[in-house]
Design a protein around this ligand. Structure first.
Ligand code: ADP
Length: 441
Protein backbone atom coordinates (compact mmCIF):
# COMPACT_ATOMS: atom_id res chain seq x y z
CA UNK A 1 0.00 0.00 0.00
CA UNK A 2 1.13 3.53 -0.65
CA UNK A 3 1.03 6.00 2.19
CA UNK A 4 1.14 9.49 0.76
CA UNK A 5 -1.69 11.66 2.14
CA UNK A 6 -3.47 12.05 5.51
CA UNK A 7 -6.41 9.92 4.32
CA UNK A 8 -4.07 6.96 3.69
CA UNK A 9 -3.40 6.73 7.43
CA UNK A 10 -7.00 5.58 7.96
CA UNK A 11 -6.78 3.08 5.14
CA UNK A 12 -3.47 1.68 6.41
CA UNK A 13 -4.95 1.39 9.88
CA UNK A 14 -8.02 -0.38 8.59
CA UNK A 15 -5.97 -2.77 6.48
CA UNK A 16 -3.68 -3.45 9.43
CA UNK A 17 -6.64 -4.48 11.52
CA UNK A 18 -8.04 -6.66 8.75
CA UNK A 19 -4.69 -8.42 8.25
CA UNK A 20 -4.32 -8.92 11.99
CA UNK A 21 -7.80 -10.42 12.17
CA UNK A 22 -7.20 -12.60 9.12
CA UNK A 23 -4.02 -14.22 10.49
CA UNK A 24 -5.72 -14.89 13.81
CA UNK A 25 -4.59 -12.22 16.31
CA UNK A 26 -6.94 -11.76 19.25
CA UNK A 27 -9.29 -8.77 19.26
CA UNK A 28 -7.18 -6.68 21.62
CA UNK A 29 -4.04 -7.45 19.64
CA UNK A 30 -5.73 -6.47 16.37
CA UNK A 31 -6.41 -3.02 17.81
CA UNK A 32 -2.91 -2.81 19.25
CA UNK A 33 -1.31 -3.56 15.89
CA UNK A 34 -3.68 -1.22 14.02
CA UNK A 35 -3.04 1.61 16.50
CA UNK A 36 0.73 1.17 16.37
CA UNK A 37 0.59 1.12 12.59
CA UNK A 38 -1.48 4.33 12.30
CA UNK A 39 0.87 6.10 14.74
CA UNK A 40 3.98 5.09 12.83
CA UNK A 41 2.24 5.97 9.53
CA UNK A 42 1.45 9.47 10.80
CA UNK A 43 5.04 9.95 12.03
CA UNK A 44 6.50 8.88 8.67
CA UNK A 45 4.05 11.01 6.65
CA UNK A 46 5.13 14.05 8.66
CA UNK A 47 8.86 13.31 8.72
CA UNK A 48 9.55 12.07 5.23
CA UNK A 49 6.28 12.55 3.31
CA UNK A 50 5.15 8.92 3.15
CA UNK A 51 6.08 5.28 2.88
CA UNK A 52 5.31 2.05 1.08
CA UNK A 53 3.58 -0.36 3.43
CA UNK A 54 3.92 -4.13 3.14
CA UNK A 55 2.11 -6.75 5.20
CA UNK A 56 3.77 -10.14 5.56
CA UNK A 57 3.77 -13.25 7.69
CA UNK A 58 7.10 -14.77 8.82
CA UNK A 59 6.94 -18.52 9.18
CA UNK A 60 9.76 -19.52 11.44
CA UNK A 61 10.66 -23.18 11.96
CA UNK A 62 11.58 -22.66 15.63
CA UNK A 63 9.13 -20.08 16.97
CA UNK A 64 5.51 -19.19 16.37
CA UNK A 65 4.56 -17.34 13.14
CA UNK A 66 4.70 -13.53 13.23
CA UNK A 67 2.69 -10.96 11.41
CA UNK A 68 5.04 -8.26 10.15
CA UNK A 69 4.51 -4.78 8.70
CA UNK A 70 7.34 -3.00 6.86
CA UNK A 71 7.10 0.72 6.12
CA UNK A 72 9.70 1.75 3.54
CA UNK A 73 10.05 5.58 3.74
CA UNK A 74 9.85 7.46 0.42
CA UNK A 75 12.79 9.67 1.45
CA UNK A 76 15.69 8.76 3.75
CA UNK A 77 14.89 9.05 7.46
CA UNK A 78 16.63 11.95 9.27
CA UNK A 79 19.98 10.48 10.49
CA UNK A 80 18.69 7.11 9.33
CA UNK A 81 16.81 6.91 12.66
CA UNK A 82 13.18 6.55 13.64
CA UNK A 83 11.83 7.42 17.06
CA UNK A 84 8.05 7.09 17.53
CA UNK A 85 6.31 10.31 18.51
CA UNK A 86 4.56 8.51 21.33
CA UNK A 87 6.76 6.34 23.54
CA UNK A 88 3.85 3.99 24.28
CA UNK A 89 3.68 2.80 20.66
CA UNK A 90 6.56 0.35 21.04
CA UNK A 91 4.70 -1.39 23.84
CA UNK A 92 1.77 -2.21 21.53
CA UNK A 93 3.78 -4.69 19.46
CA UNK A 94 6.49 -7.27 20.12
CA UNK A 95 9.09 -5.51 18.03
CA UNK A 96 9.37 -1.99 16.56
CA UNK A 97 12.50 -0.54 15.02
CA UNK A 98 14.55 0.38 11.97
CA UNK A 99 15.99 -2.56 10.02
CA UNK A 100 17.94 -2.99 6.84
CA UNK A 101 15.94 -4.76 4.13
CA UNK A 102 18.14 -5.69 1.17
CA UNK A 103 19.98 -2.36 1.32
CA UNK A 104 16.88 -0.28 2.05
CA UNK A 105 16.13 1.15 5.48
CA UNK A 106 12.63 0.24 6.62
CA UNK A 107 10.64 0.72 9.80
CA UNK A 108 9.45 -2.70 10.94
CA UNK A 109 6.97 -3.89 13.50
CA UNK A 110 5.87 -7.43 14.31
CA UNK A 111 3.59 -9.34 16.59
CA UNK A 112 3.40 -13.03 17.47
CA UNK A 113 0.39 -14.98 16.18
CA UNK A 114 -1.09 -17.08 19.04
CA UNK A 115 -0.67 -20.83 18.74
CA UNK A 116 -4.43 -21.29 19.10
CA UNK A 117 -5.20 -19.67 15.75
CA UNK A 118 -5.61 -21.57 12.47
CA UNK A 119 -2.31 -22.89 11.05
CA UNK A 120 -0.76 -20.47 8.54
CA UNK A 121 0.33 -22.65 5.65
CA UNK A 122 1.49 -21.06 2.37
CA UNK A 123 -1.87 -22.13 0.83
CA UNK A 124 -3.82 -20.46 3.63
CA UNK A 125 -1.75 -17.30 3.19
CA UNK A 126 -2.50 -17.24 -0.56
CA UNK A 127 -6.19 -17.57 0.28
CA UNK A 128 -6.03 -14.70 2.77
CA UNK A 129 -4.18 -12.55 0.25
CA UNK A 130 -6.96 -12.99 -2.35
CA UNK A 131 -9.67 -12.32 0.23
CA UNK A 132 -8.04 -9.11 1.41
CA UNK A 133 -7.25 -8.00 -2.13
CA UNK A 134 -10.87 -8.25 -3.22
CA UNK A 135 -12.32 -6.28 -0.30
CA UNK A 136 -12.54 -2.57 -0.95
CA UNK A 137 -11.08 -0.26 1.64
CA UNK A 138 -13.70 1.73 3.57
CA UNK A 139 -13.89 5.49 3.89
CA UNK A 140 -12.08 7.56 6.48
CA UNK A 141 -15.38 8.12 8.27
CA UNK A 142 -16.01 4.37 8.54
CA UNK A 143 -12.58 3.89 10.03
CA UNK A 144 -13.10 6.80 12.41
CA UNK A 145 -16.39 5.24 13.57
CA UNK A 146 -14.77 1.87 14.13
CA UNK A 147 -11.86 3.57 15.89
CA UNK A 148 -14.33 5.30 18.22
CA UNK A 149 -16.01 2.02 18.94
CA UNK A 150 -12.69 0.47 19.78
CA UNK A 151 -11.84 3.41 22.00
CA UNK A 152 -15.10 3.04 23.90
CA UNK A 153 -14.50 -0.69 24.32
CA UNK A 154 -10.96 0.02 25.52
CA UNK A 155 -12.24 2.60 28.00
CA UNK A 156 -14.83 0.11 29.23
CA UNK A 157 -12.14 -2.44 29.72
CA UNK A 158 -9.94 0.03 31.59
CA UNK A 159 -12.84 0.85 33.87
CA UNK A 160 -13.64 -2.78 34.58
CA UNK A 161 -9.96 -3.42 35.23
CA UNK A 162 -9.86 -0.47 37.60
CA UNK A 163 -12.92 -1.85 39.45
CA UNK A 164 -11.26 -5.23 39.62
CA UNK A 165 -8.11 -3.58 40.95
CA UNK A 166 -10.13 -1.75 43.60
CA UNK A 167 -11.66 -5.06 44.73
CA UNK A 168 -8.23 -6.66 44.78
CA UNK A 169 -6.85 -3.73 46.76
CA UNK A 170 -9.63 -4.06 49.28
CA UNK A 171 -8.96 -7.77 49.61
CA UNK A 172 -5.27 -7.09 50.02
CA UNK A 173 -5.99 -4.55 52.72
CA UNK A 174 -8.19 -7.02 54.53
CA UNK A 175 -5.51 -9.67 54.29
CA UNK A 176 -2.96 -7.17 55.56
CA UNK A 177 -5.15 -6.34 58.50
CA UNK A 178 -5.54 -10.05 59.21
CA UNK A 179 -1.80 -10.56 59.06
CA UNK A 180 -1.21 -7.55 61.29
CA UNK A 181 -3.75 -8.83 63.82
CA UNK A 182 -2.09 -12.24 63.79
CA UNK A 183 1.33 -10.63 64.15
CA UNK A 184 0.15 -8.52 67.07
CA UNK A 185 -1.39 -11.54 68.72
CA UNK A 186 1.83 -13.49 68.28
CA UNK A 187 3.88 -10.60 69.64
CA UNK A 188 1.61 -10.41 72.66
CA UNK A 189 1.84 -14.13 73.21
CA UNK A 190 5.61 -14.01 72.88
CA UNK A 191 5.77 -11.16 75.35
CA UNK A 192 3.59 -13.06 77.79
CA UNK A 193 5.75 -16.17 77.38
CA UNK A 194 8.87 -14.08 77.90
CA UNK A 195 7.44 -12.58 81.04
CA UNK A 196 6.60 -16.08 82.23
CA UNK A 197 10.14 -17.28 81.55
CA UNK A 198 11.60 -14.26 83.34
CA UNK A 199 9.34 -14.88 86.33
CA UNK A 200 10.29 -18.55 86.29
CA UNK A 201 13.97 -17.68 86.32
CA UNK A 202 13.49 -15.27 89.18
CA UNK A 203 11.68 -18.00 91.10
CA UNK A 204 14.45 -20.45 90.28
CA UNK A 205 17.09 -18.01 91.51
CA UNK A 206 15.13 -17.50 94.69
CA UNK A 207 14.70 -21.25 95.16
CA UNK A 208 18.41 -21.93 94.65
CA UNK A 209 19.28 -19.16 97.12
CA UNK A 210 16.89 -20.78 99.60
CA UNK A 211 18.45 -24.16 98.90
CA UNK A 212 21.91 -22.76 99.40
CA UNK A 213 20.97 -21.19 102.67
CA UNK A 214 19.18 -24.39 103.77
CA UNK A 215 22.27 -26.43 102.96
CA UNK A 216 24.44 -23.96 104.87
CA UNK A 217 22.10 -24.18 107.87
CA UNK A 218 22.24 -27.96 107.68
CA UNK A 219 26.04 -27.95 107.66
CA UNK A 220 26.12 -25.50 110.55
CA UNK A 221 23.61 -27.56 112.50
CA UNK A 222 25.51 -30.79 111.87
CA UNK A 223 28.79 -29.19 112.87
CA UNK A 224 27.33 -27.80 116.10
CA UNK A 225 25.45 -30.94 117.09
CA UNK A 226 28.32 -33.28 116.39
CA UNK A 227 30.73 -30.98 118.18
CA UNK A 228 28.44 -30.85 121.22
CA UNK A 229 27.98 -34.63 121.13
CA UNK A 230 31.65 -35.38 121.03
CA UNK A 231 32.41 -34.40 124.62
CA UNK A 232 29.62 -36.45 126.32
CA UNK A 233 30.24 -39.48 124.10
CA UNK A 234 33.96 -39.34 124.86
CA UNK A 235 33.03 -39.09 128.52
CA UNK A 236 30.80 -42.18 128.25
CA UNK A 237 33.65 -44.13 126.66
CA UNK A 238 36.07 -42.97 129.34
CA UNK A 239 33.64 -43.82 132.16
CA UNK A 240 32.82 -47.25 130.79
CA UNK A 241 36.53 -47.96 130.45
CA UNK A 242 36.96 -46.86 134.07
CA UNK A 243 34.12 -49.11 135.22
CA UNK A 244 35.69 -52.10 133.52
CA UNK A 245 39.14 -51.26 134.85
CA UNK A 246 40.67 -53.89 137.11
CA UNK A 247 41.51 -51.18 139.64
CA UNK A 248 37.80 -50.38 140.11
CA UNK A 249 35.31 -52.41 142.07
CA UNK A 250 34.84 -55.76 140.41
CA UNK A 251 31.72 -56.18 138.27
CA UNK A 252 29.57 -59.21 137.96
CA UNK A 253 29.95 -60.99 134.63
CA UNK A 254 26.64 -59.62 133.38
CA UNK A 255 27.52 -56.09 134.45
CA UNK A 256 30.88 -56.40 132.70
CA UNK A 257 29.12 -57.55 129.55
CA UNK A 258 26.68 -54.61 129.67
CA UNK A 259 29.44 -52.10 130.29
CA UNK A 260 31.30 -53.59 127.30
CA UNK A 261 28.14 -53.08 125.22
CA UNK A 262 27.89 -49.46 126.39
CA UNK A 263 31.51 -48.89 125.41
CA UNK A 264 31.29 -50.41 121.96
CA UNK A 265 28.06 -48.52 121.20
CA UNK A 266 29.62 -45.29 122.39
CA UNK A 267 32.70 -45.96 120.22
CA UNK A 268 30.47 -46.48 117.17
CA UNK A 269 28.62 -43.28 118.04
CA UNK A 270 31.89 -41.37 118.36
CA UNK A 271 33.02 -42.48 114.89
CA UNK A 272 29.66 -41.39 113.45
CA UNK A 273 29.93 -38.05 115.22
CA UNK A 274 33.47 -37.59 113.95
CA UNK A 275 32.49 -38.41 110.37
CA UNK A 276 29.54 -36.01 110.56
CA UNK A 277 31.82 -33.31 111.84
CA UNK A 278 34.31 -33.95 109.02
CA UNK A 279 31.57 -33.80 106.40
CA UNK A 280 30.02 -30.67 107.88
CA UNK A 281 33.41 -28.99 107.88
CA UNK A 282 34.08 -29.97 104.26
CA UNK A 283 30.63 -28.78 103.18
CA UNK A 284 30.78 -25.46 104.97
CA UNK A 285 34.12 -24.68 103.32
CA UNK A 286 35.86 -24.53 106.66
CA UNK A 287 38.23 -27.29 105.64
CA UNK A 288 41.42 -25.58 104.42
CA UNK A 289 43.92 -27.87 102.70
CA UNK A 290 47.47 -27.57 103.91
CA UNK A 291 49.27 -27.54 100.54
CA UNK A 292 52.70 -29.20 100.50
CA UNK A 293 54.78 -31.34 98.16
CA UNK A 294 53.44 -34.77 99.18
CA UNK A 295 55.64 -37.86 98.77
CA UNK A 296 53.19 -40.44 97.41
CA UNK A 297 55.60 -43.29 98.15
CA UNK A 298 55.56 -42.41 101.83
CA UNK A 299 51.76 -42.12 101.87
CA UNK A 300 51.40 -45.46 100.08
CA UNK A 301 53.88 -47.10 102.48
CA UNK A 302 51.93 -45.85 105.47
CA UNK A 303 48.62 -47.09 104.02
CA UNK A 304 50.18 -50.47 103.30
CA UNK A 305 51.22 -50.75 106.96
CA UNK A 306 48.05 -49.55 108.66
CA UNK A 307 45.56 -51.34 106.43
CA UNK A 308 47.31 -54.67 106.41
CA UNK A 309 46.22 -55.01 110.03
CA UNK A 310 42.60 -54.44 108.91
CA UNK A 311 42.56 -57.10 106.21
CA UNK A 312 41.79 -59.98 108.47
CA UNK A 313 40.29 -62.09 105.70
CA UNK A 314 42.85 -64.60 104.48
CA UNK A 315 41.25 -64.88 101.00
CA UNK A 316 41.71 -61.17 100.29
CA UNK A 317 45.10 -59.76 99.48
CA UNK A 318 45.88 -56.09 99.89
CA UNK A 319 48.30 -54.90 97.20
CA UNK A 320 49.71 -51.38 97.31
CA UNK A 321 51.85 -50.76 94.20
CA UNK A 322 54.76 -48.36 94.19
CA UNK A 323 53.91 -45.03 92.57
CA UNK A 324 55.94 -44.28 89.41
CA UNK A 325 58.08 -41.11 89.06
CA UNK A 326 57.79 -38.20 89.79
CA UNK A 327 56.30 -39.83 92.89
CA UNK A 328 55.12 -36.54 94.35
CA UNK A 329 52.01 -34.39 94.13
CA UNK A 330 51.19 -30.93 95.42
CA UNK A 331 48.36 -31.63 97.87
CA UNK A 332 47.32 -32.03 101.52
CA UNK A 333 48.96 -35.17 102.87
CA UNK A 334 46.51 -35.81 105.71
CA UNK A 335 43.38 -35.33 103.57
CA UNK A 336 44.73 -37.38 100.67
CA UNK A 337 45.72 -40.25 102.98
CA UNK A 338 42.28 -40.06 104.60
CA UNK A 339 40.53 -40.42 101.23
CA UNK A 340 42.68 -43.31 100.05
CA UNK A 341 42.36 -45.06 103.39
CA UNK A 342 38.60 -44.68 103.14
CA UNK A 343 38.48 -46.22 99.66
CA UNK A 344 40.84 -49.07 100.58
CA UNK A 345 38.85 -49.71 103.72
CA UNK A 346 35.64 -49.95 101.69
CA UNK A 347 37.36 -52.28 99.24
CA UNK A 348 38.42 -54.58 102.09
CA UNK A 349 34.94 -54.37 103.67
CA UNK A 350 33.06 -55.33 100.51
CA UNK A 351 35.44 -57.92 99.01
CA UNK A 352 35.12 -61.54 100.09
CA UNK A 353 37.93 -63.01 98.03
CA UNK A 354 40.56 -61.92 95.57
CA UNK A 355 42.41 -58.66 96.09
CA UNK A 356 42.18 -54.96 96.78
CA UNK A 357 44.82 -53.02 94.89
CA UNK A 358 46.02 -49.43 95.07
CA UNK A 359 47.64 -48.34 91.84
CA UNK A 360 49.08 -45.00 90.70
CA UNK A 361 49.62 -43.76 87.13
CA UNK A 362 50.56 -40.46 85.54
CA UNK A 363 48.52 -39.34 82.50
CA UNK A 364 47.86 -35.87 81.03
CA UNK A 365 49.69 -34.01 83.84
CA UNK A 366 47.51 -35.76 86.39
CA UNK A 367 47.81 -38.54 88.90
CA UNK A 368 45.30 -41.36 88.51
CA UNK A 369 45.09 -43.16 91.85
CA UNK A 370 42.84 -46.20 91.59
CA UNK A 371 41.53 -48.55 94.22
CA UNK A 372 40.56 -51.74 92.39
CA UNK A 373 38.76 -54.56 94.14
CA UNK A 374 37.37 -57.95 93.14
CA UNK A 375 34.26 -57.54 95.31
CA UNK A 376 30.57 -57.76 94.51
CA UNK A 377 30.54 -54.62 92.35
CA UNK A 378 27.85 -51.94 92.21
CA UNK A 379 24.87 -51.70 89.83
CA UNK A 380 25.19 -48.79 87.32
CA UNK A 381 22.04 -47.00 88.55
CA UNK A 382 23.64 -46.72 92.02
CA UNK A 383 26.97 -45.26 90.87
CA UNK A 384 25.90 -41.73 91.80
CA UNK A 385 23.66 -42.65 94.74
CA UNK A 386 26.47 -44.11 96.81
CA UNK A 387 28.00 -40.63 96.85
CA UNK A 388 24.90 -39.33 98.68
CA UNK A 389 24.96 -38.93 102.45
CA UNK A 390 23.85 -41.98 104.43
CA UNK A 391 23.22 -44.06 101.31
CA UNK A 392 24.23 -47.70 101.60
CA UNK A 393 23.55 -50.29 98.92
CA UNK A 394 20.66 -52.45 100.13
CA UNK A 395 21.81 -55.94 101.00
CA UNK A 396 25.51 -55.06 101.30
CA UNK A 397 27.05 -56.11 104.63
CA UNK A 398 26.69 -53.38 107.27
CA UNK A 399 30.11 -53.59 108.84
CA UNK A 400 30.49 -50.52 110.96
CA UNK A 401 29.47 -48.18 108.14
CA UNK A 402 27.62 -44.89 108.23
CA UNK A 403 27.21 -44.08 104.51
CA UNK A 404 29.16 -40.88 104.99
CA UNK A 405 32.59 -42.03 103.81
CA UNK A 406 32.15 -41.61 100.04
CA UNK A 407 30.33 -38.22 100.07
CA UNK A 408 33.07 -36.92 102.35
CA UNK A 409 35.82 -38.39 100.14
CA UNK A 410 34.36 -36.77 97.02
CA UNK A 411 34.12 -33.37 98.74
CA UNK A 412 37.71 -33.57 99.90
CA UNK A 413 39.00 -34.63 96.46
CA UNK A 414 37.17 -31.68 94.86
CA UNK A 415 38.71 -29.42 97.46
CA UNK A 416 42.10 -30.76 96.37
CA UNK A 417 41.28 -29.86 92.74
CA UNK A 418 40.55 -33.41 91.63
CA UNK A 419 37.74 -35.84 90.85
CA UNK A 420 36.52 -39.10 92.35
CA UNK A 421 34.77 -41.47 89.95
CA UNK A 422 33.56 -45.03 90.03
CA UNK A 423 33.53 -47.72 87.36
CA UNK A 424 31.93 -50.96 88.35
CA UNK A 425 29.81 -53.84 87.19
CA UNK A 426 27.96 -56.19 89.47
CA UNK A 427 30.03 -59.36 89.87
CA UNK A 428 33.16 -57.80 88.39
CA UNK A 429 34.44 -55.69 91.25
CA UNK A 430 34.73 -51.92 91.54
CA UNK A 431 37.34 -49.31 90.69
CA UNK A 432 37.30 -45.98 92.51
CA UNK A 433 39.62 -43.49 90.79
CA UNK A 434 40.95 -40.27 92.26
CA UNK A 435 42.55 -37.94 89.72
CA UNK A 436 44.67 -35.04 90.93
CA UNK A 437 46.64 -32.41 89.05
CA UNK A 438 50.34 -33.04 89.69
CA UNK A 439 50.94 -29.36 90.37
CA UNK A 440 48.06 -29.07 92.85
CA UNK A 441 44.48 -27.75 92.52
P1 ADP B 1 30.02 -46.90 104.41
O1 ADP B 1 31.15 -47.63 103.78
O2 ADP B 1 30.34 -46.26 105.69
O3 ADP B 1 28.73 -47.65 104.40
P2 ADP B 1 30.42 -45.20 102.15
O4 ADP B 1 29.88 -43.84 101.81
O5 ADP B 1 31.87 -45.34 102.21
O6 ADP B 1 29.72 -45.64 103.47
O7 ADP B 1 29.84 -46.21 101.09
C1 ADP B 1 28.46 -46.18 100.78
C2 ADP B 1 28.01 -47.54 100.28
O8 ADP B 1 28.57 -47.81 99.00
C3 ADP B 1 28.43 -48.71 101.10
O9 ADP B 1 27.57 -48.92 102.20
C4 ADP B 1 28.38 -49.84 100.13
O10 ADP B 1 27.06 -50.30 100.00
C5 ADP B 1 28.80 -49.20 98.85
N1 ADP B 1 30.24 -49.37 98.53
C6 ADP B 1 31.25 -48.55 98.83
N2 ADP B 1 32.43 -49.04 98.41
C7 ADP B 1 32.17 -50.24 97.83
C8 ADP B 1 32.97 -51.26 97.20
N3 ADP B 1 34.30 -51.14 97.09
N4 ADP B 1 32.34 -52.36 96.72
C9 ADP B 1 31.00 -52.50 96.84
N5 ADP B 1 30.19 -51.57 97.41
C10 ADP B 1 30.77 -50.46 97.92
Amino acid sequence: MALRVEHDIFVVRQRGREVAAAVGLEHQDQIRLATALSEVARDLLRAVGGADVTFAVDLDEQGPPRVRVDLAPVRPLPDGQYEPHSGAVARLVDMLGVVDREGDTVVRMSRRVPASSQALTPERLAELRTELGSSAPGSALDELASQNEQLIAALDEVRSQRDELAVLNEELQETNQGVMALYNQLTEELEATNQGVVALYAELDEKSAQLRSASESKSRFLANVSHELRAPVTAVIGLSRLLADSASDPLTEEQAQQVGLIRSSATDLLSLVNELLDLAKAESGRLEPNWTEVDLRAVFGQLRGTLRALSTRTDVELVVEDPPPPGTVRSDEVLLAQVLRNLLHNGLKFTERGEVRLRAEVRDERWWLSVVDTGAGIAPELHERIFEEFYQVPGSPRIGGTGLGLPYARRVVRLLGGTLELTSEPGRGSTFTVTLPIGGG
